[in-house]
Write a protein that binds this ligand. Structure first.
Ligand code: NAD
Length: 422
């Protein structure tokens, strides 16, 4: 069986296609090119969990460690029915590139469990998380691989992982995960970091394009979870009109702008955006096609594809989600250039950047103020944004290719300097 078949998944194929195209245009060393196509290590585990009614169910879990040349593996943990080896591997590759684009001393990894977390009770989720942690216990650690939240997981999940790991080691090890609650060693600002970072990148893009971000600016946000909600909230606070929002259950719109604070209270109470009083229902498929200044896909991968890419009417596309644009759609965007794309490895890197801050704070047991965190976050992201803009101008390539070139170039340099063992 070819290696490719093991990772047969649309997102893996799309990510490898992007990697190969970038490798070609930057003339990447062929040995490094062959290595980076695949992860360093992929763990697949099937494990049992006792459900509340007494039944025992089996779950499939993954942890894929892509490359740690620049530092320990780092990456989120996803709970979703779509999780498979190919998707987790693609996401791990993107993490390696993202950490390198941001200049963080970290490598890339990703994990996941194939489960619909909304169907499990809190007690079941806790048992599943603890058992998954024990399955990968020898492969994670503050110096080796540090998980964080992603789709379907949150700070509670991280607290359970930290507790399980600490119980097994016999002492508290807060730095084994990031995205923990502040009361067990988490960082201020981590919860908001990805959404806030997306908006920082929109601000820099608007400045670059000579656009004003104010009351006349409109935005649409797909997904109202950790990333989408915080991005929408920050835009709303800045006076931008967020005219449409969606979640897995449906979409809503209000051309005059949605009150995001009130919407958040509604979602906390009702569990979904649909039915929010000051809004009209919207066909969720149409959200990405709305004529807005800023479009933020912040849910799942592959939502902008061959079928709808020609219908995009946004000026800035800021990728809150990982891999929201398929390889085929990306080719169309590259050619038309009407849409300014802030690629995922740049746009949503605020999460891993504050995770890095959390890890550093945890290792030193010395904590920073929220103001310090947000200032350092903006500094790092804005520096990376301008580095990518420079690569795009110098190499005459689009933003996604430029970001990939920048990140892969840094990995290539580190791999060559470290050399080959033995
Ligand atoms: P989350 O679980 O907190 O929220 C996901 C949201 O997307 C929910 O509102 C859900 O209802 C919605 N959703 C799911 N399927 C949908 C669909 N088909 N259409 C519309 N909405 C849908 O997840 P999150 O942490 O906000 O992650 C969202 C995306 O951002 C993922 O691609 C993730 O990899 C990426 N990301 C997250 C972080 C982070 O720090 N959490 C960092 C970088 C990137």
């Amino acid at each position: 069986m070819s290696m490719e078949m093991e990772w047969d998944d649309p997102m893996y194929r799309s990510t490898v296609a992007l990697f190969e195209r970038t490798a070609e245009s930057m003339d990447l060393d062929p040995n490094i090119r062959r290595r980076l196509r695949y992860p360093d290590r992929a763990i697949i585990t099937t494990f049992p969990v006792r459900m509340d009614d007494g039944r025992v169910e089996s779950f499939h879990g993954y942890r894929v460690q892509h490359n740690n040349t620049r530092g320990p593996f780092k990456g989120g943990l996803r709970y979703s029915l779509d999780v498979n080896l190919g998707e987790v591997t693609a996401l791990a590759m993107l993490m390696s590139v993202k950490c390198a684009v941001m200049g963080l001393p970290l490598g890339g990894a990703k994990g996941g469990v194939r489960v619909d977390p909304s169907k499990l009770s809190r007690a079941e989720l806790q048992r599943l998380t603890r058992r998954y942690t024990t399955e990968i216990i020898n492969d994670i650690g503050p110096e080796s691989d540090i998980p964080a939240p992603d789709m379907g997981t949150n700070e509670q999940t991280m607290a359970w992982i930290m507790d399980t790991y600490s119980q097994m080691k016999g002492h508290a090890v807060p730095a084994v995960v990031t995205g923990k609650p502040v009361s067990v060693g988490g960082s201020l600002g981590r919860g908001q970091a990805t959404g806030r970072g997306v908006v920082y990148m929109v601000m820099d893009a608007a400045r670059h394009l000579g656009m004003d971000l104010g009351e006349k600016t409109t935005a649409a946000v797909q997904g109202f979870g950790n990333v989408g909600m915080h991005a929408a909230r920050k835009l709303h606070k800045m006076g931008v009109k967020v005219v449409a929002v969606s979640d897995v259950y449906g979409a809503i719109q209000n051309p005059a702008g949605l009150d995001i604070r009130a919407l958040k209270r509604w979602v906390n109470k009702h569990g979904k955006v649909a039915g929010f009083p000051e809004s009209e229902p919207l066909d969720p498929a149409h959200l990405v096609e709305l004529p807005v200044d800023v479009l933020i896909p912040a849910a799942i991968g592959g939502v902008i594809n061959e079928k709808n890419v020609q219908k995009l009417r946004c000026r800035i596309l800021a990728e809150g989600a990982n891999g929201p644009v398929t390889a085929a759609a990306n080719e169309v965007l590259r050619e038309t250039r009407d849409v300014f794309v802030i690629p995922d490895v740049l746009a949503n890197a605020g999460g891993v950047t504050v995770s890095y801050f959390e890890w550093v704070q945890g290792l030193q047991s010395f904590f920073w103020s929220a103001k310090e965190i947000n200032q350092r976050l903006y500094q790092i992201m804005s520096k990376s944004f301008h580095e990518v803009i420079d690569v795009a101008a110098r190499r005459k390539v689009d933003m996604r290719t430029a970001a990939m070139m920048h990140g892969i170039g840094r990995m290539e340099e580190a791999m060559k300097l470290r050399g080959l063992f033995p």
